[in-house]
Design a protein around this ligand. Structure first.
Ligand code: ZN
Ligand code: ZN
Length: 367
């Protein structure tokens, strides 16, 4: 979830904007991004939602005051709830605001949609670094080929519901309140099927196994969600398809650790290499070993960066870095010769060695 944008910034207005200014700013954005003008454009839909949420909050004097003082946390939906976090009564305003512009009333129908599907997928760190085209095998509802999704037998077609005359809703008066509810005859579709398709029994869809090739972009991480618009279940007759969400897990790597855009390689180096410097060969995400110079006097725990050899970044060309974190390699079973040299070196610098180090050292010194 990216950081939430400032409401004033979204509406492109100053913090001192008047109610009228707010309304005209929102009207302009709503006209620009309204879903009716951009069918199947998730980016426009997102912009429309964003602007609507911002307007819903700022047009309410009390909420605006709280937002000015406490930010997003002050107006609900603090945990990134987004559009779900605000009062849906704002929809009452949409028709006021947009009705004259778009010619639809507040009672406009929502088309029935197919279900969204979720596909969980594990990828390697390397695939997350560079991106990959991956096959995804799913089972979903697709439009019935016999009736092309209409649900009506070939040669016939659904007819307008006589009860609601195609509106899909019934208006009921209860005192001074007028409420609408889905038409019981057609279930809100506005159409009824007189001769159901024998293949799908009027459902208009059937289950199908499908293989999709999806592009996983470089830079994704565990929890990243890719949305494939319209690749979920087909909708019921007259409806739209749901979306497919691919939820990613990046498997831990044997050698590399991820740190945001960087990849860390913990590497134990021989003490003399750290002291005197030297050239070593390190593994990389690409698989090709890379030669790296360890500068003389490298302390344990210091980091050596190889620029641009880390993880890809979402939506950007530049990559993070490969970071070599230097440690000291301690030989588990030193040979007698190694021990001899180490003792000599220890004596040279006065390093305490052995269990009775102080005594040993003292003996050696006075020999
Ligand atoms: Zn059918
Ligand atoms: Zn009806």
């Amino acid at each position: 979830m990216p950081d939430r944008r400032d409401y004033y910034e979204i509406l492109e207005v100053s913090r001192e904007v008047s109610t009228a200014g707010l309304k005209s700013a929102y009207r302009r954005l709503a006209l620009q991004y309204h879903p009716d003008r951009h069918p199947n454009d998730p980016e426009a839909a997102e912009k429309f939602k964003e602007a609507s949420e911002a307007y819903a909050v700022l047009s309410d004097p009390e909420k605006r005051q709280r937002y000015d003082r406490f930010g997003h946390g002050g107006v609900g939906g603090a945990a990134g709830g987004g559009f779900g976090g605000f009062d849906p009564s704002v929809f009452g305003d949409f028709s006021d605001l947009l009705g004259d512009l778009f010619g639809f009333s507040g009672a406009r129908e929502r088309r029935p949609a197919g279900s969204d599907l979720v596909y969980r997928m594990e990828i390697t760190l390397k695939d997350a670094a560079f991106g990959i085209d991956a096959p995804v095998a799913i089972s979903r509802l697709e439009a019935c080929p016999a009736c092309h999704g209409s649900g009506a037998e070939a040669g016939s077609s659904p007819v307008t519901c006589p009860t609601c005359r195609g509106r899909g809703r019934q208006r009921l008066s209860q005192g001074f309140l007028v409420v609408t509810r889905p038409c019981p005859e057609c279930g809100g579709d506005g159409k009824i099927i007189e001769k159901p398709c024998p293949e799908c029994r009027g459902e208009g869809r059937h289950r199908e196994s499908r293989k999709l090739d999806i592009r996983i972009p470089a830079g994704v991480e565990t929890g990243s969600r890719l949305r494939l618009t319209g690749e979920g279940d087909a909708g019921p007759p007259g409806g739209t398809a749901g979306d497919l969400y691919v939820v990613l897990t990046v498997a831990p790597h044997d050698v590399f650790e991820r740190a945001g855009d960087d990849v860390v390689l913990p590497l134990s180096l021989p003490f003399p290499t750290l002291v005197l410097g030297g050239e070593i060969s390190v593994p990389t995400l690409e698989g090709e070993p890379e030669k790296v110079s360890i500068p003389a006097g490298t302390a344990a725990g210091s980091e050596i960066r190889i620029k641009g050899r880390g993880m890809g970044r979402l939506g950007r060309n530049r990559r993070g870095d490969l970071v070599i974190r230097a440690g000291v390699a301690v030989p588990e079973k030193p040979s007698p010769r190694e021990k001899e040299l180490l003792r000599e070196y220890a004596a040279e610098i006065g390093a305490p060695i052995g269990g009775k180090s102080v005594l040993d050292k003292a003996k050696k010194i006075f020999q």
